[in-house]
Design a protein around this ligand. Structure first.
Ligand code: GBH
Length: 460
């Protein structure tokens, strides 16, 4: 569609979709794969809605060929996936399982055969259980193990993958995994969560250094952060916004951009004790290793107000947070109950462009979950997901128009998949998956996205 008013994206804007290993692969016991913390967690009663586990998920381990065909049918230029550490190093250290690497080898060959650019994430939450048993991310050694693993995967696929991400959403790994415990490994210890956050970032830094040393000059290295705009109704709630923005966003952005940990967050968390002793000389320099781009995952904003009691601890995901009340989402919600707020997304992108200039960004995840049904005609009509998509793409377009350096948009997700603690109950796919038959059906939103990507513009 070419009308004078259509919203065009810049030439070369990267269009694609994202997935992650544990959420789609299944085959958790095949070809020597070791257990990950998500195998253990999902097998524990009461942790995942409906008792879902990583098997068979989308059985992508066996159906990757069909899934690459879907990507090709959708005409997408890029595919973001993650490598499962426990397939490559079943114990998280030492011997390499060749059959695990061979799977990604086959996947990459198919992608390149179809002209699809692979964007590889080295860690999307599936920590080898053996490393958790040795202390997990709160243990400094895990950062070194991660860098070793990252370097060996990068070396193996350096000839075919140019775009690399170290970590997906360290905020989630650290704070959902070790503070609220709603994700694996399900620990509830705010001090451990802060240590985990530092060691995740250190692992990122060590991996960046190792990859940089061995990467050809056209490789583009990144980290992916989940960033949430923090909103308050009441103008007097500025202090609550500052605190939550600190733990939610700046605690990860600032060190990665070479500014160290934000002083206010260090002050806010000091009452928990001297967790900062884990920050050794040289760590912050490693964490600040320059990036070629960074990824932003956005779903919804966070709403806050001041708590009545300033020293009252705010229970939840954010370690050490006090004096803040987390509020319910407002306005239109997704089927998951998450707030739909494209303006907040736009404001976030503008803020990142202003406060953290100089590094291009790619939207590496954005999407929405709704319950979908296949019609008797075999179609999946999902106008709400399409609406979310278009609203959020408009927000990106406006940001690009205003000069923010956004280079691409990868929708979450290619397939309905294992949605972590929500199990198979929340569907984010542009392609519907029948989990009984493993049948894939492109949803209306998937067709719409394919058209937008092909035309590089949004219908007005
Ligand atoms: C991403 O994380 C993951 O990278 C991906 O694997 C996952 O499937 C996808 O998002 C969808 O969940 O309950 O309203 O307060 C998303 C990180 C952090 C986003 C918690 C939602 C809570 C919203 N999430 N946040 S709310």
């Amino acid at each position: 569609m070419t009308t004078g008013t259509a919203l065009r994206f810049p030439a070369g804007f990267l269009w694609g979709v994202a997935t992650s290993s544990f959420q789609i692969e299944g085959a958790t016991h095949e070809d020597g794969r070791g257990a990950s913390i998500w195998d253990t967690f999902s097998a524990t009663r009461g942790k995942v809605d409906g008792g879902g586990t990583g098997d068979p998920a989308c059985d992508h381990y066996h159906r990757y060929g069909e899934d690459v065909e879907l990507l090709a049918d959708l005409g997408l230029a890029a595919y973001r996936f993650s490598v499962a550490w426990p397939r490559v190093q079943p114990d998280g250290r030492g011997p390499v399982e060749r059959r695990g690497l061979d799977f990604y080898d086959r996947l990459l060959d198919r992608l390149l055969d179809k002209g699809i650019e692979p964007v590889a994430t080295l860690y999307h939450w599936d920590l080898p259980q053996a490393l958790e048993d040795a202390g997990g991310w709160p243990n400094r050694d895990t950062a070194h193990r991660f860098a070793e693993y990252a370097a060996l995967v990068h070396a193996r696929f350096a000839d075919r993958v140019r775009m690399w991400t170290t970590l997906n959403e360290p905020w989630c790994s650290a704070f959902l995994g070790y503070c609220s415990g709603i994700h694996a490994p399900g620990r509830q210890d705010p001090v451990a969560a802060l240590k985990a956050a530092h060691h995740l970032l250190l692992g990122h830094g060590l991996a960046m250094r190792a990859l940089r040393a061995q990467a050809p000059s056209d490789h583009q290295l990144s980290i992916v952060l989940n960033l949430s705009p923090v909103l308050a109704e009441d103008p007097s709630a500025g202090e609550a916004v500052r605190k939550v923005d600190g733990l939610q966003n700046r605690f990860f952005l600032d060190p990665v951009f070479g500014r160290g940990y934000p002083a206010d967050v260090l002050a806010d968390t000091a009452w928990l004790g001297d967790w900062q002793r884990v920050v050794a000389d040289g760590d912050l320099d490693l964490i600040a290793t320059p990036l070629d781009w960074y990824g932003i995952n956005y779903y919804s904003p966070v709403r806050v107000s001041l708590a009545d009691e300033p020293l009252a601890v705010t229970p939840g995901n954010l370690p050490g947070l006090r004096g803040v009340r987390m509020l319910e989402p407002r306005g239109q919600l997704t089927g998951f109950g998450w707030e739909q707020n494209a303006d907040a997304f736009h404001t976030l992108l503008r803020r990142l462009g202003r406060d953290y200039p100089g590094v291009p960004m790619i939207v590496t995840e954005n999407g929405s979950a709704f319950p979908d049904l296949i019609s008797p005609q075999g179609t999946v009509e999902d106008p709400e997901r399409s609406g979310y998509l278009v609203d959020h793409l408009r927000a990106v377009h406006r940001a690009v128009d205003a000069g923010v350096d956004v280079r691409g948009y990868l929708a979450w997700s290619l397939l309905d998949n294992f949605e972590w603690a929500a199990g198979y109950g929340q569907r984010f796919g542009l392609v519907h998956v029948d989990f009984e038959t493993q049948r894939r059906t492109i949803k209306d939103s998937g067709r719409l996205f394919a058209r937008i990507a092909a035309e590089n513009e949004l219908p007005v």
